[in-house]
Ligand binder design. Structure first.
Ligand code: ZN
Length: 291
């Protein structure tokens, strides 16, 4: 384990305990989420060292990186994912980009979708199993994370779908992103929103806290600060309306040991209805370089 001395966004040394959450999927251990006293950013601290993080992903339950299809919750996840693929593509294809870099591409479904639509695609994925799957199953070009600091290629679109909250070196990653993005390029970052209704309803059972895999728990304000600090601006925010249902199902399971599908549906729906303009369970941020 390692304990961060400074806030990963504003570098303040002051923080207070915000919430204690259990890792329900792998270790069953409890982790602290602290809140920066200066800027309010919430992050998991202490957290596993970068080299220890791998073992917290070693679970069949951790479905974002595997292809298991058993049980209703997995089916729901996969149906939602396929629907989301076309939504995501429509979003990133607005300005007809040529080169796409998807960081944390997992088993490559989104990249494969975009490749079939004619985009030049490159993927980066730290997990070896997922990387090999994407390479051999879909014949995609997928590198490990070293690619990010070693390449001098530029990309018109970079996507990170529920990935930034997993990245141990946040500031370094933001600098890499700036270097990798073409001057007029678009950077899409999707992360859970810990200010959403489902987050406050489920509290420490909220599945998108997902400690210790989620190292950061972003709000809109945090993403704005992080963008500004790194010469980006947040140009637009898009909702991910299916996430509230999926996250509520998992949260129900963590809260009571089994899923109350009815309640999960109601909370998911309520979260979307209460979200107003942009307070959904998960949000996609479109970042551009500041001119
Ligand atoms: Zn801070």
């Amino acid at each position: 384990m390692e304990k961060l001395k400074n806030c990963p966004i504003c570098t303040s040394e002051e923080s207070r305990l915000f919430l204690q959450c259990k890792d329900y999927t792998v270790s069953q251990k409890v982790f602290d989420i602290v809140e920066c006293s200066a800027c309010g950013f919430k992050y998991t601290n202490p957290r596993p060292k970068p080299e220890e993080l791998g073992k917290y992903y070693e679970s069949e339950e951790y479905i974002s990186h595997s292809g298991t299809k058993k049980g209703l919750i997995y089916k729901a996840y996969h149906i939602a994912r396929n629907y989301t693929l076309s939504k995501k593509f429509t979003l990133i294809n607005k300005n007809q980009p040529k080169n796409l870099l998807d960081i944390g591409c997992g088993t490559g479904e989104f990249l494969n979708y975009c490749k079939q639509k004619g985009l030049n695609t490159t993927g980066v994925e730290p997990g070896e199993k997922a990387r090999n799957f994407a390479t051999f199953e879909y014949s995609l070009t997928v590198f490990d994370e070293d690619f990010l600091k070693n390449t001098d290629k530029k990309f018109d679109v970079i996507t990170m779908w529920h990935v930034l909250e997993h990245v141990p070196f946040l500031q370094q990653r933001m600098e890499e992103l700036y270097a990798l993005l073409s001057d007029d390029g678009a950077l899409y970052i999707a992360v859970p929103n810990c200010e959403s209704y489902d987050a406050s309803y489920y509290g420490k059972y909220w599945a998108a806290y997902d400690v210790p895999r989620h190292l950061y728990h972003f709000t809109k304000k945090d993403i704005s600060s992080l963008a500004e600090k790194n010469n980006f601006i947040v140009e637009k925010i898009f909702p991910m309306k299916l996430d509230s249902f999926y996250v509520s199902m998992l949260s129900e399971k963590y809260k009571s040991g089994k899923i109350n599908y009815f309640n999960a549906f109601i909370i998911g729906l309520k979260s979307n209805l209460k979200a107003g303009k942009d307070n959904y369970s998960s949000l996609i941020y479109l970042l551009k370089k500041r001119k």
